[in-house]
Design a protein around this ligand. Structure first.
Ligand code: TYD
Ligand code: MG
Length: 480
């Protein structure tokens, strides 16, 4: 007789144990462990068994067709997907509840339905709710095939018969359940089994499958992270619900580049594409304010200019506050330490707040120099020139390092009407003659971009752009 062992599975990370506990040993989350039925018919081990067929091995070189892609007509989504939807692929769209995943999916299916068969299956809302939303978005005429269903067996059966659809949206994967598994909808086992079944039909019938998944820290729904390895593409829909901007970010893509972003704006008529994000992120900028600096960044293949804001205020606390939105706190602490040790400023005793305007999250180290400029500007009360953009990476010895895609950043800045740029010295090309070649590079750079360039070789060059008279100096005055 089979032993009836119980399995306890963490709903956050999927770790399985034989005993319940309040806290998962693997990921450290509390209250995430739930009992799940053991899987039956585990493979018994195949070595020595009979009946396996010999696999054919082939060479890496060979004839292959590029994956057929279907354009959605929403340019921002197409770019994030690597140029359109690939038939037979599975795309996970994750995001906080209420961020706009259902809205985006409805807009995509409505747009695609003009010349493809699109199925939208909702497990969260009633048919009428979706209809109401379509009415609000002015899309009620689109020939989308809508259904409210949660049983994966029914969904799979419908997909397997008749002509296959071109695109299927499952909103959301956490509400789906398979009666083959003995646990509640939303648990790791259910989410995995349902996704597995749906992906299998998508591959077999050759339609593009969108799986919507909520990312929640709390609650009983399993995070879609357990699905990341099963799907071909993972898109995260991010943004601050208080802001109208939404950013669609590819974090995994078997058919295209990752770290590409699409920018949308949530309006009362649904999501609109933002074709020029830089102009949007800078729209509310007020010129000549201290503590504000425009960073010329790169998101994926696209240059994006954003405003970085800093506030430095005398602190009443023993340990001054360091608050960051849209950037990395550890990176801020590093820039502060370098400004103290190498730039001669004393930030101890001051609360520091740093904000990337517009709700964007910056991950590039190239933002270091812009953050430093914003901090020194906030500290001295002296504004960064309103027509300047800044980029560069800062090293621990205070040196400013060259960053990739310099020309692209400068070009975007010139396009948006900026006149000057604070930049690292151009990286010396290997094989070029020292000295002369470098000066030549800077000249051609300047001519090419149409901006006047200020070379920053060291953080002290940044500090010296401001009237440092009001700023408290650190004891050693900064060392080079
Ligand atoms: P929704 O797509 O339901 O989010 P999700 O599926 O990610 O949970 O979007 C919900 C929010 O979007 C809701 O707070 C209302 C807002 N919204 C608009 O502002 N304008 C619109 O046209 C629509 C349809 C929604
Ligand atoms: Mg939804």
């Amino acid at each position: 007789m089979a032993k009836n062992t119980k399995t306890f599975v963490c709903q956050n990370c999927g770790n399985a144990t034989s005993k319940w506990s309040g806290r998962c040993d693997a990921c450290g989350e509390w209250n995430t462990i739930a009992e799940e039925a053991p899987r039956e018919n585990l493979p018994k081990g195949v070595s020595g068994g009979k009946g396996g067929r010999k696999i054919e091995f082939v060479a890496l070189k060979g004839q292959m067709a590029p994956p057929p892609r279907r354009k959605t007509g929403i340019g921002e989504l197409d770019r994030v997907c690597g140029g359109g939807l690939v038939a037979g692929s599975a795309i996970l769209v994750g995001g906080d509840p209420g961020i706009g995943k259902s809205t985006l999916m409805l807009q995509v299916t409505a747009k695609l339905a003009e010349n493809a068969v699109c199925v939208y299956i909702t497990g969260e809302e009633a048919v009428d709710q979706v209809r109401l939303r379509a009415l609000r978005l002015g899309m009620q005429q689109a020939p989308v095939q809508l259904a409210a269903a949660t049983n994966v067996r029914d969904i799979v059966a419908s997909m397997e018969t008749g002509t296959p659809p071109d695109v299927v949206v499952i909103d959301s994967i956490q509400t789906m359940f398979s009666d083959a598994v003995d646990s509640a909808p939303g648990t790791v086992t259910q989410v995995r089994t349902c996704a597995h079944e749906l992906i299998r039909v998508a591959k077999k019938r050759g339609f593009t499958l969108f799986l919507v998944g909520h990312v929640t820290k709390e609650g009983t729904l399993a995070g879609p992270r357990v699905l990341e390895h099963m799907v071909d593409t993972v898109l995260y829909f991010e943004g601050d619900r208080g802001h109208q901007f939404r950013i669609l970010r590819a974090v995994k893509n078997r058919f295209g580049p990752t770290d590409e972003i699409g920018v949308f704006e949530m309006t009362d008529m649904g999501l609109n594409e933002v074709l020029n994000p830089s102009a949007l992120f800078l729209a509310e900028r007020r010129g000549n304010v201290s503590g504000s600096c425009v960073f010329a960044g790169i998101e994926g293949t696209r240059p994006v200019l954003v405003e970085i804001q800093a506030l430095v205020a005398a602190s009443g606390l023993g340990t001054p506050r360091r608050a960051v939105v849209g950037w990395d706190t550890a990176r801020l602490n590093m820039v502060l330490a370098v400004l103290e040790a190498r730039g001669g400023l004393a930030f101890g005793g001051y609360d520091i707040y740093l904000n990337v305007a517009g709700g964007l999250r910056i991950q590039e180290p190239a933002a270091d120099l812009a953050v430093a400029a914003a901090l020194v500007s906030a500290f001295t009360g002296d504004p960064v020139p309103a027509d300047a953009v800044v980029f560069g990476e800062i090293g621990l010895s205070g040196e400013v390092r060259a960053v990739a895609q310099r020309d692209l950043r400068l070009k975007e800045a010139a396009k948006l009407g900026f006149n000057q740029a604070w930049v690292p010295r151009p990286a010396r090309k290997s094989g070029a003659k020292a000295g002369g070649a470098q000066a030549g590079d800077a000249k051609t750079d300047e001519a090419k971009s149409g901006l006047s360039l200020k070379d920053m070789g060291h953080v002290q060059d940044v500090v010296s752009q401001f009237s440092a008279a009001d700023a408290p100096q650190s004891k050693n005055g900064g060392t080079r």
